[in-house]
Design a protein around this ligand. Sequence first.
Ligand SMILES: Nc1nc2c(c(=O)[nH]1)N[C@H]1C(S)=C(S)[C@@H](COP(=O)(O)O)O[C@H]1N2
Ligand SMILES: [Mo]
Length: 250
Amino acid sequence: MVSSQSKGKPAKGKPASEGPPVGRRVILGLLGLGAVGVVTGRVTQDGLARVLGPIENRDPTGLVSLFPVGDSFRFYSVTGSVPSRSAADYRLTVSGLVDHPQTLTMADLAALPQTSFTSDFQCVTGWRVRQVEWSGVALARLLDEVGVRAQAKAVHFTSLDGTYTESLTIEQARLSDVIVATSMLGKPVTHDHGGPVRMYVGPMYGYKSIKWLSGIQLTEAVEVGYWETRGYDVDGFVGHSNGRDDEPTG
Ligand SMILES: Nc1nc2c(c(=O)[nH]1)N[C@H]1C(S)=C(S)[C@@H](COP(=O)(O)O)O[C@H]1N2
Ligand SMILES: [Mo]
């Protein structure tokens, strides 16, 4: 399934930024409200529904879905705005229970062996983009680089947005389709998709794939992440957790 430098079919999905410009602006304008909806729950979601009219799909993972059809990426952020980093300014810190803590630049990441493959991206709410091209550094490779100490049992991820977090067990982190992604859809990861660097956790629902990755910390135990504290499974394997594994309904 996963092979280094494999050439798969071209990705079918399109990033949200290639979607209709009007819808795009609407979404950006709603980001703040989306975040409030997360905190205050139903009332604000209903408020949004009043503003927007009938909504087919109320999306608990960050935003009300505005796109009428499935099979395309939807832009998610639980925060209203996220500081952007140019490739030149980007830094990734790897710390915690490691022998060699590091701060990596994009050039450092590019200098490590690269992994490329094609794999679906699926949100827990049901939409799925098939055959997305991913590339970057296998997390397992990066862990080897820093030297994981024996007492480390989990990996904790932080985001430049200052709010979103995620975690994996060491075993999950070492799966071959878990990568520190610098490219998706055949080009550098765009800001909206979490660029310049995001995680891609292939076997799990989209909420595990943290965007705007800023830090990787080795810890003694799994620290429950953003959506997990709000009800989603910590082990978010597609088809084996409390999400949906059916076809996108739009
Ligand atoms: N920092 C951050 N990472 C995040 C999220 C988020 O809101 N903030 N949303 C998650 C969810 S629920 C999904 S489905 C994907 C969406 O990725 P996309 O915006 O590239 O479509 O990002 C995941 N990573
Ligand atoms: Mo999601």
